[in-house]
Design a binder for this molecule. Structure first.
Ligand SMILES: *[C@@H]1O[C@H](CO)[C@@H](O)[C@H](O)[C@H]1NC(C)=O
Ligand SMILES: *[C@@H]1O[C@H](CO)[C@@H](O)[C@H](O)[C@H]1NC(C)=O
Ligand SMILES: *[C@@H]1O[C@H](CO)[C@@H](O)[C@H](O)[C@H]1NC(C)=O
Ligand SMILES: *[C@@H]1O[C@H](CO)[C@@H](O)[C@H](O)[C@H]1NC(C)=O
Ligand SMILES: *[C@@H]1O[C@H](CO)[C@@H](O)[C@H](O)[C@H]1NC(C)=O
Ligand SMILES: *[C@@H]1O[C@H](CO)[C@@H](O)[C@H](O)[C@H]1NC(C)=O
Length: 550
């Protein structure tokens, strides 16, 4: 067995290095259940030599194998994971730690490029075997911080930009991802596996990506915290593109603080993604973890876009009730809540085709560029039409035509890429719905620090203008909730126990303030710990290994 072999190698290596660190007999090594552990708690266990990173990886891999055959959350494990963990342990033993994430295991979405033995495939066989020329910049940063990339998470195939008859969390490589709160739970998407893995403690933290909702929504339905950063705060270099105007890479954590630590690690300017050069911070980022302050809501002006809330599906009564309770919590925490901070062009937005045409046009252009950069492209893809041909000619692999290619058919039918003469006017219309007619107008009109919405209706307007949002657990559907299915009819979208979140939305580059507000809300409500799963892995990290008892 691969694991056992590596295990004995580590034991030998560590046996020769004991001078650098016996388990600490005086340390308080009370075990923290991995489903609840924070990055700080794991770091403390590492520092006090209660366990090392190899132990952490071993425990997390066991947890993945415990649940993956039911929930299909992780597509593949990094074959180099133990070597990386050993290197991080070795560095720690000689007194070198790279920062607060040193030796912490992380999983990343299959959209994020790694130049290693793993695929970067959007969940699709079309890209299996393809090779990126370099790690994504966010991956380079995680590695520099000493994080251990354990594997790639499952996702809605092509980030849910392919079919009008698919399901959240389904992809050809890994099948259907499920959430852990109800049998056949819709995990939402497209960062489905990242959110479920974070929730279940299959990794300490994960990375997702969002074009419109792909971090916020699965975070909401899986009882975790998701940060959708301002477009340009995190580099998209070597991440498979959907829309250069909307795509952003962000963390999913079990706590606001964990997500903030991860944001710190991946943010910053990158000459290989010129959107990041618009950041006002340059190399001097705000301290996002330090923004986690109980007083984060004190004196803040927070708006409610009432017209957006009123348009929410009336069957979401439980969400409405929990949202109203949250308003009271915000006020008790010192915030002023301003009602009717409406997104004035919202009705026009819901009736307009321009936002989806802009995304489609960006996808056509961005995908072609991405494909030219590959150093291996086994299916000889050169753009969206050859991608569609691949799916049409591999129906069994790609579950076609049950999962159609309608989104691609429409994109190709419109015949517009982002250099077309029609593009600019469509883009300006789409921008207006987010800008003056959307979140930026609402923030400016009432001089607000943020607006709040149930996460289920939060992502689409920020997506148009690249503004940030954070989703925090808010509650779960109560007993007696009728079971509701997704449009395809194969996933449980709402049922007793299925979680939902609340989102804080702000102006571009306002993550620091949003993190403070989200943290203050999280600490006053502690919803995450109160919800119950129907499946949960049981393996915990083995304490005091190295052949000694402690
Ligand atoms: C998880 O399950 C899916 C679906 O069976 C599979 O494709 C994937 O390889 C599994 N992951 C691991 C790490 O075994
Ligand atoms: C930004 O980068 C993209 C691709 O790297 C390029 O097509 C575009 O022209 C650049 N834009 C600016 C303003 O430099
Ligand atoms: C905001 O929207 C609500 C609900 O549609 C409406 O009743 C209210 O008049 C609007 N307020 C303003 C200031 O537009
Ligand atoms: C919505 O669209 C209509 C028709 O084009 C226009 O008259 C109206 O001003 C728009 N509303 C807003 C708030 O932009
Ligand atoms: C959509 O998927 C469902 C479930 O597989 C299938 O029954 C239905 O025929 C599909 N619809 C189309 C138009 O293919
Ligand atoms: C995680 O924390 C919650 C809330 O404190 C608790 O109910 C739950 O039992 C904990 N999980 C484990 C595995 O200890």
């Amino acid at each position: 067995m691969f694991h056992r072999y590596i295990w004995s190698v580590t034991t030998i290596l560590l046996g020769t290095c004991t001078a650098f660190g016996f388990p600490n007999p005086s340390a308080d090594c009370t075990s923290v259940p991995l489903v609840n552990a924070t990055v700080d708690q794991l770091q403390q266990g590492l520092r006090q030599k209660c366990f090392n990173s190899v132990d952490l990886v071993t425990a997390h891999l066991s947890r993945i194998y415990e649940v993956n055959s039911t929930l299909h959350t992780v597509l593949e494990i990094n074959p180099d994971v133990y070597g990386i963990a050993m290197r991080m342990d070795m560095e720690r033993r000689i007194g070198h730690t790279r920062g607060p994430l040193h030796g912490i295991p992380v999983l990343i979405k299959d959209i994020i490029g790694t130049k290693d033995k793993m695929q970067t495939a959007m969940g699709s066989y079309a890209l299996v075997g393809a090779q990126v020329p370099a790690d994504a910049t966010v991956v380079t940063k995680l590695r520099e911080q000493g994080m251990i990339i354990m594997g790639k998470t499952s996702m809605s195939e092509w980030a849910n930009v392919r079919s009008s008859n698919s399901s959240n969390g389904w992809n050809a490589r890994g099948g259907q991802t499920y959430g852990a709160y109800h049998p056949q739970q819709d995990p939402s998407g497209s960062s489905s596996g990242s959110a479920v893995s974070t929730d279940l403690g299959l990794a300490a933290v994960t990375l997702g990506s969002e074009t419109s909702g792909s971090i916020l929504l699965p975070s909401s339905l899986n009882n975790v915290v998701g940060i959708k950063p301002t477009v340009g705060l995190t580099s998209r270099y070597m991440v498979v593109p959907i829309s250069e105007r909307a795509d952003t890479i962000g963390p999913i954590g079990r706590t606001v603080t964990d997500a903030a630590l991860m944001l710190q690690a991946i943010a910053g300017p990158d000459p290989k993604d010129n959107y990041t050069m618009a950041s006002p911070f340059g190399e001097h980022l705000p301290d996002y973890a330090a923004a986690c302050n109980l007083a984060g809501l004190q004196g803040k002006r927070i708006g409610i876009p009432r017209n957006v809330l009123d348009a929410m599906d009336p069957t979401n009564e439980a969400i409405r009730t929990a949202f109203n309770n949250a308003v009271a919590t915000l006020e008790e925490a010192g915030a002023t809540v301003i009602d009717n901070a409406n997104f004035t062009a919202y009705t026009n937005f819901t009736q307009s085709m321009s936002p989806s045409i802009v995304i489609a046009a960006d996808f056509i252009s961005g995908l072609s560029t991405y494909l030219t950069q590959l150093t291996r492209n086994p299916n000889n893809l050169h753009g969206l039409s050859s991608l569609r041909d691949f799916v049409h000619s591999h129906p069994a692999l790609e579950d076609y035509p049950s999962r159609d290619t309608n989104t691609w058919d429409m994109a190709l039918g419109a015949g517009i890429d982002n250099h077309s003469p029609e593009f600019w006017a469509l883009y300006q219309e789409s921008l207006f719905f987010g800008d003056e007619g959307g979140i930026l107008g609402a923030l400016a009109r009432d001089n607000l620090d943020a607006v709040i919405l149930p996460t289920i209706i939060a992502p689409e307007i920020p997506a148009l203008v690249g503004t940030p949002a954070i989703s925090v657990p808010l509650g779960a559907f109560p007993d007696g909730t009728p079971v509701q299915y997704n449009p395809r009819g194969d996933l449980v979208a709402a049922a007793p126990g299925v979680p939902f979140g609340i989102s804080f939305l702000g102006a571009k580059w306002s993550e620091q303030a949003l993190i403070g507000m989200a943290y203050a809300f999280e600490q006053r409500t502690l919803v995450r710990g109160s919800l119950e799963r129907y499946v949960e892995p049981r393996t915990e990290v083995r304490m005091g290994r190295w052949g000694f008892s402690s």
